[in-house]
Design a protein around this ligand. Structure first.
Ligand code: SAM
Length: 293
């Protein structure tokens, strides 16, 4: 019987993924091999000539076949790195995106300018990646994280426990701010962060199969112009912010002008800014709550 070394497998899977137009074929092959063989990425290279056993080959074969149909690698391995932290992921939650690290980075920068314990709300928390990344990098804070999906919240709960943050992040299930009111009374936050669903219906139809066929639509799509959820957050956020508290929203790459207008015409924010990401696309909207008159 033909024997397969790690090196030979890595090359074969990379070539197979290239032929199937899987994203980042070499990297995807590495992640799947690491998962199937239970080893770290560096070990793929330090054990290049190791022969892989029959049982592991069968498991890998199954995973490679599924990845070839564009099932995301993160759902196959059940893991995704975000802000240099590892998160558990299932098909019930969106796979954290590198673009969202900008939201976390700006949130942490803002928190470091403040004094005392900071009270934060992470709306649409999904797997909890934004809340966990902030809490791990800024100790003096408490976070309320909400999501409408109880299955996503079950994953967030595991991630919060995995990173030892149970006493600093509280999860609440419900529609945007609704559970915050029900759970905590008139809570006022120093910072509200949110990576909401913001894909328009027409754009949703054009998403690549690895996104559209596998990730939850409720985590992505937000009405005809993609702004349904963002509009509702802008309408409600200032009631939940302390004076000089900040709202930070991830936005779609062509939504900057529209979101800026929405924030400016809401009348309760000052210093509205739209920031571009590392690919020079609109990515973040930031607005400061005006003190109440
Ligand atoms: C784009 S995902 C963001 C997940 C995570 N924060 C991240 O950055 O990877 C949006 C999340 O919003 C949740 N969601 C959608 N509509 C909602 C609503 N009306 N109220 C609360 N959460 C909602 C979805 O369940 C999903 O988990």
């Amino acid at each position: 019987m033909e024997s397969w070394t790690i090196q030979k497998l890595l090359n074969w899977v990379t070539e197979y993924f290239t032929g199937k137009s899987v994203d980042s074929p070499r990297l995807s092959a590495e992640w799947l091999l690491c998962y199937a063989l239970g080893i770290k990425r560096i070990e793929l290279y330090t054990q290049f000539n190791k022969i892989v056993g029959q049982e592991q080959l069968l498991q890998l074969h199954e995973l490679v076949k599924r990845a070839g149909t564009h099932e995301p690698i993160a759902y196959l391995t059940g893991k995704k790195e975000f802000y240099s932290l590892e998160f558990e992921i299932t098909k019930d939650c969106l796979i954290p995106r590198p673009e969202t690290e900008l939201l976390v980075e700006r949130a942490i920068e803002f928190l470091r300018t403040r004094n005392g314990e900071q009270f934060i709300c992470d709306l649409c928390t999904g797997c909890g990646c934004v809340a966990v990344a902030i809490a791990r990098n800024f100790a003096n804070c408490r976070i309320v994280a909400t999501d409408i999906s109880d299955t996503a919240l079950a994953i967030a709960e595991k991630n919060i426990a995995r990173h030892g943050l149970m006493n600093r992040i509280k999860l609440l299930q419900g529609d945007l701010f609704e559970p915050v009111i029900a759970g905590l009374g008139p809570a006022k936050f120093d910072l509200i962060v949110c990576n909401p669903p913001y894909v328009s219906e027409p754009d949703y139809e054009k998403l690549t199969p690895n996104v559209k066929d596998f990730e939850p639509k409720s985590a992505l799509a937000a009405g005809q112009d993609g702004l349904d959820i963002i509009k509702r957050i802008i309408a409600d956020a200032s009631r939940h912010l302390k004076p000089t508290g900040i709202l930070m929203l991830e936005i779609g790459n062509e939504q900057g002008n529209e979101v800026q207008k929405l924030l400016e015409t809401a009348g309760c924010f000052s210093d509205v800014k739209i920031e571009k990401d590392y690919s020079n696309l609109d990515r973040l909207a930031v607005a400061v709550a005006k003190p109440a008159k």
